[in-house]
Design a protein around this ligand. Structure first.
Ligand SMILES: CSCCC(=O)C(=O)COP(=O)(O)O
Ligand SMILES: [Zn+2]
Length: 204
């Protein structure tokens, strides 16, 4: 029952993401946790703005195994890594917005620092614009298992919070459920747009 509700909420979130233009040309992938050992994730290559419940595949977290004859997202390994890393994560959203793609290239370091914005409080646990929200940026790679290992290893010195950027690729963010993941996505996208505009204007 709860799982059906979460899948319904995820479908609505995918349609909303499509309308926002954050998953162009089949980009992006989305999932929800399904019990302790599985997640439901989008099938590879689908238009994420017009999905139906049949476009989600049940994948085993430990092995990445999916139903025979179906191909789960090419980036399934990043979702399963997150669910295995943190039992509190209930939903993961990966998007390809213009702002996340450009900002992750403009910022050459390994961390995007967001500071001074009231909208930082859209992120769970943030109570003031005076704190610094750190969003890690990892170099993009087509080798998803190696990328997942690298991201996992980074958590030993810097725990993941809210999301990470893949350089020139997009944002992966999450929450305890679909509603929280969706709020984090919308909040981070707003902050990315502000930060990009601030950098453009201050460079003049
Ligand atoms: C044109 S999208 C390139 C692949 C990608 O980055 C992505 O998010 C979508 O891949 P999927 O296999 O999940 O459809
Ligand atoms: Zn992607």
């Amino acid at each position: 029952m709860t799982e059906n509700l979460q899948l319904g909420a995820l479908l609505a979130a995918c349609h909303w993401i499509g309308q926002k233009g954050w998953s162009p040309a089949t980009g992006g992938n989305m999932s929800v946790r399904s019990g302790e050992e599985h997640c439901l994730i989008t099938e590879s290559g689908k238009d994420k703005g017009s999905l139906t419940a049949e476009d989600f595949l049940r994948v085993e977290l430990a092995s990445g195994r999916a139903p025979e004859g179906r191909r789960p997202s090419a980036e399934t390994g990043l979702h399963t890594m997150l669910y295995s890393l943190d039992p509190q994560i209930g939903a993961v959203l990966h998007t390809h917005s213009v702002n996340s793609t450009v900002l992750s290239r403009v910022e050459r370091s390994g961390t995007l620092v967001l500071e001074g914005y009231e909208m930082q409080k859209s992120l769970s646990g943030q109570t003031t614009h005076l704190d610094r929200v750190l969003i890690p940026i990892f170099d993009n790679s087509q080798e998803i298992p190696a990328l997942a290992d690298k991201i996992m290893a980074s958590t030993e010195h810097a725990p993941l919070q809210y999301g990470f950027l893949l350089r020139g690729h997009g944002l992966t963010c999450w929450g305890k459920d679909v509603a929280e993941a969706r709020r984090h996505l919308e909040g981070l996208e707003f902050l990315f747009q502000c930060e990009l505009q601030r950098r453009l204007l201050e460079a003049k």
